[in-house]
Design a protein around this ligand. Structure first.
Ligand code: DGP
Length: 133
């Protein structure tokens, strides 16, 4: 079993904790990140382990129960729509006009490792499909 799968399983055991996530600490500027976009609701920053020449994350500043996409309810619709808006806006700012990919990993089988909803945006090279097994 890969280390990513082991890490995802370990992370899932902390998933419903109210403790600040790593990404809450990035929002609070308690740990450094290369922030490339910020507004009242959303933050975009470069992934520490990029899988493509451009790889950034878009997160809600206030997690508001959204540890993972499958926790979404009606009250989150506008926020999640805004995150998608920010994803394409920043993708264009990053020069990803020929295309890009948006990924949300959900839960241990989705290989989620940080339980604070985030969109991965990747591009800057020809991506392949399917993305992995
Ligand atoms: P996921 O597996 O979908 O939960 O992705 C979490 C991503 O977060 C992963 O691609 C690596 C990234 N990441 C983890 N820790 C940090 C960090 O401290 N800083 C930044 N910039 N990215 C991080």
């Amino acid at each position: 079993m890969s280390s990513e799968v082991d890490a995802a399983r370990a992370a899932a055991s902390q998933a419903d904790s109210d403790a600040p996530t790593l990404f809450d600490k990035i929002v609070a500027k308690q740990i450094p990140a290369t922030i490339i976009y910020e507004d009242e609701q959303a933050l975009a920053f470069r992934d520490i382990n990029p899988q493509a020449p451009v790889h950034f994350l878009v997160i809600p500043k206030d997690r508001n129960g959204l540890t993972r996409l499958s926790k979404m309810d009606e009250s989150h619709r506008a926020l999640v729509g805004h995150l998608m808006y920010v994803a394409q806006l920043v993708a264009k700012q990053e020069g990803l006009l020929p295309g890009f990919r948006v990924v949300i990993n959900d839960g241990p089988e989705g290989c989620q490792s940080v339980y604070h909803l985030h969109l991965h945006i990747m591009g800057g090279r020809q991506l392949t499909w399917p993305p992995g097994c």
